[in-house]
Design a protein around this ligand. Structure first.
Ligand code: SF4
Length: 341
């Protein structure tokens, strides 16, 4: 069925409902797809189900409303708009259905224009990636680029060709292309791809019909500034999320220990959604270490009242030098440095 410009596989929903003999379902969707969730609720009710809308944010496949479902007695969760779980294995109970919402907006015309620009820039090979919303267009976009003489590389993530999520760009493949093209709404995924790959990256937004090359200079400057300020910090707030795919309690404990061994103090604070107000309520700290979604530090640094860093960046603060730093450290979870005395 088509709901507000998105294709939803209602037969998949019906099969899942029958297979699991469900009675009350909590429907969850990111803010941009809440209206699609309302359409799914109508459909569930037409099947005789009781269906509830989760009004809270959900930011990714990492952010599943397990506790909410339990507290309202829902015996199943439908999570719309993300391909599947990210960074965690969902429980068998309650049954969970991740159902993509495929955009019907055809990006081909804008993609052709972007290929003109890439040609002008001497690009001959591209790594092509997209989000689950636009993945049904990937094959035809690949063909379009190949017909124009480009070599196109796509990898796989979670079983989907060319799929990226905000914190994982492993599908970008070997990274030997001249450039990366990311087809996705907004600039969030294109920025992540540029950080991950280090290659010239263009984002194409099918909704606005705009494409743009990603500029990393200001992001790098902001990260280096935050890290250099954090080097002198003696008190840290360690941020832990309760979202299933962002919960890194064990890592937070190891970070706290590593800081303690170096004579620095850290308090662990537990959050669901983060906000500056909630953080400021906890008092003043010299620096903030984020173990939740790594994109918070990169995209929303103003949430933190002081210098903020991701776990992959902590090693530079501990070693007291930025030598060897790459923006990719902000997305990677390389924790070997925590084992050092
Ligand atoms: S980028 Fe953040 S919100 Fe998105 S899947 Fe990763 S951890 Fe979740």
């Amino acid at each position: 069925m088509n709901v507000n410009g998105y294709e939803i596989d209602e037969r998949e929903i019906e099969r899942w409902v029958k297979r699991n003999t469900l009675r009350r379902i909590l429907v969850q969707a990111p803010d941009g797809l809440k209206s699609v969730a309302l359409g799914v609720i109508d459909y569930l009710e037409s099947l005789g189900m009781s269906a509830l809308l989760s009004a809270d944010h959900t930011w990714g496949g990492c952010d599943l409303a397990l506790d909410e479902a339990k507290s309202v007695g829902a015996d199943g969760i439908i999570h719309i708009g993300h391909h599947g779980p990210v960074w965690f294995k969902p429980p068998e109970n309650p049954p969970i259905l991740f159902i993509p919402a495929y955009s019907i907006v055809d990006p081909t015309h804008v993609f052709e224009k972007l290929l003109d620009e890439l040609e002008r820039n001497g690009v001959k090979s591209i790594g092509l990636a997209t989000t689950i919303q636009h993945i049904t267009w990937l094959t035809s976009l690949k063909e379009t680029a190949r017909k124009r003489g480009f070599t196109v590389e796509t990898g796989r993530y979670a079983g989907f060709e060319g799929l990226v999520v905000g914190c994982d760009y492993s599908s970008l493949g070997t990274g030997k292309s001249d450039a990366i093209v990311v087809v996705a709404g907004g600039s969030f995924h294109a920025l992540g791809a540029a950080i991950w790959s280090g290659l010239p990256t263009w984002g194409l937004d099918p909704y606005t019909g705009v494409y743009r090359r990603v500029e990393l200079k200001s992001v790098l400057a902001s990260r280096l500034y935050a890290l250099s300020r954090a080097m002198d910090a003696s008190s840290f707030l360690l941020i832990v999320s309760v979202k299933p795919g962002q919960k890194r309690m064990e890592i937070a404990m190891r970070v706290k220990e590593a800081l303690k061994r170096r004579g620095r103090k850290a308090i662990i604070a537990v959050f669901n959604d983060l906000s500056r107000e909630k953080i400021e309520n906890l008092g003043v700290f010299d620096a903030y270490i984020n173990t939740a979604c790594p994109r918070l530090v990169i995209d929303d640094p103003e949430i933190f009242p002081g210098p903020s860093l991701n776990i992959g960046e902590l090693k530079y603060v501990l070693q007291g030098s930025l030598e060897g730093y790459s923006l990719r450290d902000s997305l990677f979870l390389d924790l070997r440095f925590l084992e050092d005395p």
